[in-house]
Design a protein around this ligand. Structure first.
Ligand code: ADP
Ligand code: G3P
Length: 497
């Protein structure tokens, strides 16, 4: 057995990657799939697309690399988190399209819960902000809007799951979720590591819907023979951001990674006790390996690389995401333009579901290139707000930020990020750290790797972006960003003042 197969089911695409014992990428397959926006603020995926693209990628990576399933020691899964699915236990048919983490349709439900004074209870138990981002209100929406759903759920006919549950169910028939994914549902107590009765009652969720909770590393089942020609153990599961933190070898308190994917997710290792943020960050389960639970502090930004996707698909000013760098570099600076990509509201630290995308500072000289530059810079500004909150919360100096995800390949963005943060941004040799983290979890469970120390030693720097600007520049530039954000806030408020 010489490889681990990682399945990385992301918001933009499904990916399958084979890793060798040194943690190097042997082969990759990737496929984008459709995004559905049926109403403003709504974002959906077809659960069947998630499964078929993920399976197709897994099969393709094996076929194209000539690796036989017998050579695969285990499968590890990393997935977009919070995205909510309900399916029929008998037929496996999904009840609705999956409600994606970016979907804002339950913002008013969250307002009502806040008005009823529930935010503190939820925060204490789950470590989360009361926001439409998380699964609980999405699941509640499905139960309230699909005829007969709640009654069928009570009778045990339906299954709820995040994307990890859905994939495992299709791969081997079990209905499970790992602790890291469970910690994003808003139904899970991060201190006791179990589903919480009081929260289930609050959201009207029948317990019969819920998956069994499993550790992040451990064999949960074997794939159906027909899928890959022979059964492969599924041995690792984690939410993609926790997996990326693991893959970036952030195993010690205070270490930070930022993933520049669809969104931007900055996570700091917080030790083996759940932290409580005082600056509107999230406390979340990192992983549970070998009986130990590690916790993370997280800042989530909803539109990261997806802003570049919008330049491509919405505005049509670039053909491929990678083209944004050349376009942005064709002008010396942003020409005074700032873009606040609050297309689906703002996440941490603002948590404003009613904010909407805004471009300020345009003049008659403004061109597509300035907009492209402003879009890239916006990714960095939002991440800088996260690090500022994190440093206040953790009261510790951050020495570097480890970067990964599709947009981390953009040198202009990485340099601007380092300039804004005032700390080095480091890109590792393997940027597929989400998949790598899932591979490591699976590999540890089946003895492919022996210890966390062994995999920690595999992490290597490819490029370090050192800050090149003064503290005064940072302060002045961030102050302009804060002004721009003020223009985006509360725009789509249901009952504006
Ligand atoms: N060179 C680049 N510069 C900026 N953004 C990029 C670049 N390449 C890819 N992206 C963006 O990164 C995102 C894809 O990153 P990825 O890590 O694959 O995301 P996910 O895991 O969320 O599907 C897309 O939104 C894409 O627009
Ligand atoms: O699909 P990604 O990589 O942008 O990750 C999505 C996150 O898991 C949402 O919380």
């Amino acid at each position: 057995m010489h490889t681990i197969l990682a399945l990385d089911q992301g918001t933009t695409s499904s990916r399958a990657i084979l890793f060798d014992r040194q943690g190097r990428v042997l082969a990759t397959a990737q496929q984008e799939y459709p995004q559905h926006f049926p109403q403003p603020g709504w974002v959906e995926h077809d659960a069947r697309d998630i499964w078929t693209t993920q399976l197709a990628c897994a099969r393709r990576v094996l076929a194209e690399s000539g690796v036989d399933a017998a050579q695969v020691a285990a499968i590890g899964i990393a997935n977009q988190r919070e995205t909510t699915l309900v399916w029929d236990r008998r037929s496996g048919a999904p009840l609705t399209r999956a409600i994606v983490w970016q979907d804002r349709r339950t913002a008013e439900t969250c307002d009502a819960l806040r008005a009823a004074g529930k935010a503190d209870l939820i925060g204490r138990k789950t470590g989360l902000e009361l926001d439409a981002y998380f699964s609980a209100t999405k699941l509640q929406w499905i139960l309230d809007h699909v005829p007969d759903a709640r009654r069928r759920a009570e009778r045990g006919e339906l299954a709820f799951g995040t994307v990890d549950s859905w994939l495992v169910y299709r791969l081997c028939g079990r209905h499970v979720t790992d602790v890291s994914n469970a910690s994003r549902t808003m139904l899970f107590d991060i201190h006791t590591l179990g589903w919480d009765r009081e929260l289930l009652d609050l959201f009207g969720v029948p317990a019969a819907l819920l998956p069994e909770i499993v550790p992040s590393a451990g064999v949960v089942g074997h794939t159906h023979d027909a899928l890959f020609g022979r059964a492969i153990p599924i041995a690792g599961i984690a939410g993609d951001q926790q997996a990326a933190t693991f893959g970036q070898a952030c195993h010690r308190q205070g270490m930070v990674k930022n993933t520049y994917g669809t969104g931007c997710f900055m996570l700091m290792h917080a030790g083996d006790e759940a932290p409580r943020s005082r600056h509107r960050l999230l406390a979340t389960v990192g992983w549970n390996v070998g009986g130990r639970t590690d916790y993370l502090l997280e800042g989530s930004v909803f539109m990261g690389g997806a802003t570049v996707q919008w330049l491509r698909d919405g505005l049509g000013i670039i053909e491929r995401s990678g083209d944004v760098e050349a376009l942005a570099l064709s002008v010396p600076d942003n020409g005074g333009v700032m873009l606040v990509p609050a297309f689906v509201g703002l996440g941490a630290p603002h948590w404003d579901p009613y904010a909407r995308g805004t471009i300020v500072g345009m003049t008659r000289g403004t061109t597509a290139a300035h907009i492209a530059r402003a879009a890239l810079e916006a990714i960095a500004y939002q991440s800088a707000e996260l690090l500022a909150a994190m440093q206040k919360d953790a009261a510790c100096a951050v020495h570097e930020v480890r970067a990964d995800g599709g947009a981390a390949n953009n040198d202009l963005l990485m340099q601007f990020q380092a300039d804004l943060l005032g700390v080095p941004v480091v890109r590792p040799r393997v940027t597929e750290t989400t998949a790598l983290g899932a591979a490591y979890l699976a590999g540890l469970a089946v003895g492919f790797w022996q210890s966390v120390a062994e995999i920690e030693a595999q992490w290597q720097v490819a490029r370090r972006f050192a800050p090149q600007r003064s503290a005064a520049w940072r302060e002045e530039t961030m102050a302009r960003w804060v002004r721009a954000v003020a223009h985006a806030r509360a725009w789509a408020q249901p009952h504006p003042a």
